[in-house]
Design a protein around this ligand. Structure first.
Ligand code: MN
Ligand code: MN
Length: 445
């Protein structure tokens, strides 16, 4: 990378950090992606009577998944090009009855979401973000802790002076799921317990009563803003880079792609971290429903066969992150089959674990096509697995897209300390991911 490219990577890093600091949950990410899309002229699919080449539309799945599409000239049964990421990240969710008081401290009970090392979530500032519905049906948006002037929430850990027994436990047992309770206050008013005082405050400031937590979706996420790492500022530490690194670059790539022939599509889906389940996960019918809505508005109209042909003839880069080689734990990786920070876009033929269970296993025909595209455009790439055989493993949304018969290849950014409250990426890799997705979406066929 030359000096000009390095400067471009630095500038792109600033934009990327701004996205990460805004899109801190799947709901905030979906809202931010829709806001940016609307600025670029995208409209909700359902507001369009018909669709023609050049039209830009989006599909909002319950405010937690978004699909963007740019309509091409070619009949849609020839297939579409898709770049697909996820916008949910591991975190602590509040339970339905979260508030309780113990010995003068008011806590929020939590239940963790996705794969976390529980001890990593203690003693860090946490922001509370989400929605609450009051009994009279009012939706209250909660976003506390991201502004410097906001308070934050905090899961305590035992002081080292009294931790002899705790320190003998394994990392998995040192902090339990039930101990991940966040301090919410200690204040008390005349004649009120601390819990009553906090609830009075919540009623006054947000109009929320304790029972309203039952109809809420509140997440505790790291409150600290993303930062440059290293003297050379070559790296970024931030929460949620799995997988908003790929969501940010995919969305930008769709905005900037130049293709006119094929319909292009960008998926930003929820629930990947817990198995792509539910109405907003890739395991739902959201992709086919959205594509069906699009087809029904195109010339030729909808038929089940057109939808099936469209999906079966499609090609997708499953844009999800890969585990970067960790020199501090090098023995857990097969170095020749690992991705490295700064090594470029990571292609993974199969995710899954053990005997490739739950992998989609990309076809070499498609890999060859993507590889040729990278070589032609001078885009650095690396082929990698996630850890040694029987040591690592993990899934993406690739296999759920592959079930339609389309070509799918995992293509993402290399991340160190994946799923930690602060994950590490390389700025040049972020740029490279954007270039890779843009070139792919700019293909005419
Ligand atoms: Mn991921
Ligand atoms: Mn993940």
């Amino acid at each position: 990378m030359n000096a000009r490219e390095r400067k471009a990577a630095m500038a792109y890093g600033e934009k990327y950090k701004a996205f990460l600091d805004t899109a801190r949950t799947e709901r905030l990410a979906a809202a931010e992606i829709i806001r940016r899309a609307e600025e670029k002229g995208f409209k909700p699919v359902y507001t369009m009577k018909s669709l023609k080449a050049g039209d830009k539309v989006y599909w909002n799945q319950k405010d937690k998944s978004v699909i963007l599409a740019v309509i091409g000239k070619e009949p849609v049964h020839e297939g579409i090009k898709i770049v697909g990421s996820h916008i949910d990240s591991p975190r602590l969710d509040l339970k339905a009855n979260p508030v309780h008081e113990q010995d003068g401290i008011v806590y929020f009970r939590t239940h963790y979401y996705g794969g976390i090392k529980k001890y990593q979530w203690t003693c860090i500032p946490l922001a509370l973000i989400g929605v609450v519905f009051t009994k009279d049906g009012k939706k209250v948006d909660i976003n506390i802790g991201l502004k410097d002037s906001d308070p934050v929430f905090y899961v305590s850990d035992l002081l080292i002076h009294m931790a002899q027994d705790q320190m003998k436990k394994t990392l998995a047992e040192g902090i339990t799921g039930e101990q991940l309770q966040a301090v919410a206050g200690t204040h008390s008013e005349e004649g009120q317990t601390p819990k009553d005082a906090i609830m009075t405050l919540l009623k006054k400031e947000y109009g929320i009563e304790e029972e309203d937590f039952a109809a809420a979706e509140l997440e505790l996420v790291p409150a600290t803003k993303s930062r440059d790492v290293g003297f050379d500022r070559s790296l970024i530490a931030s929460y949620g880079q799995d997988d908003r690194a790929c969501a940010f670059t995919s969305v930008q790539a769709l905005f900037d792609s130049t293709a006119k022939t094929r319909t292009n599509c960008c998926l930003c889906v929820d629930k990947e971290e817990i198995g792509s389940v539910g109405a907003t996960g890739m395991g739902s019918h959201l992709l086919e429903n959205a594509v069906a809505e699009i087809i029904s508005r195109m010339s030729g109209g909808y038929s089940d066969l057109t939808l099936r042909r469209c999906l079966a003839h499609s090609a997708m880069l499953s844009s999800d992150v890969n585990a970067a080689f960790d020199p501090m734990n090098g023995n857990l990786y097969d170095k020749d089959n690992s991705s490295f920070l700064g090594g470029g876009i990571v292609f993974n033929k199969y995710t899954g674990s053990r005997g490739k269970y739950s992998a989609s296993d990309a076809n070499p025909e498609f890999i060859a096509k993507v590889r040729a595209l990278m070589e032609k455009n001078d885009i650095p790439f690396q082929m990698a697995e996630l850890g040694k055989v029987d040591q690592g493993g993990g899934g993406t949304i690739a296999y759920l897209a592959a079930k339609y018969g389309m070509d799918v290849l995992d293509a993402g950014v290399s991340v160190l300390s994946m799923h930690a409250p602060w994950e590490l990426t390389n700025k040049e890799d972020i740029c490279t991911a954007y270039r890779c997705y843009k070139i792919f979406l700019s293909l005419e066929k």
